[in-house]
Design a protein around this ligand. Structure first.
Ligand code: SF4
Ligand code: SF4
Length: 84
């Protein structure tokens, strides 16, 4: 089960800097960063370490099974960002 980022994300990239597997994007030097409304976790790369949650100032990250009921669609939205 991967972690999931939801719509209160501030795009401050703190989680991406803390992630040991580099599975949070887009980063500031990537073309999608300008237009993205939030950051996303690649479920294939996430190892459930929780390092991202510890640094998030807006409480936007949840383990997939703990995403609040009104935000469960973000599980799919995170995964979709990595399907091209
Ligand atoms: S739980 Fe760990 S591996 Fe998964 S997105 Fe957060 S920092 Fe990265
Ligand atoms: S640390 Fe939180 S607010 Fe910052 S980019 Fe990551 S999910 Fe968004």
């Amino acid at each position: 089960m991967a972690y999931v980022i939801t719509d209160t994300c501030l795009k401050d990239v703190l989680c991406a800097d803390a992630c040991p597997t580099d599975c949070i994007h887009p980063k500031k030097d990537e073309p999608e960063f300008e237009t993205a409304t939030q950051m996303y976790v690649d479920p294939e790369g996430c190892i459930d370490c929780g390092a991202c949650v510890a640094v998030c100032p807006s409480n936007s990250m949840f383990p997939a099974e703990e995403v609040p009921g009104d935000k469960t669609d973000f599980v799919e939205k995170n995964a979709k960002f990595y399907v091209h």
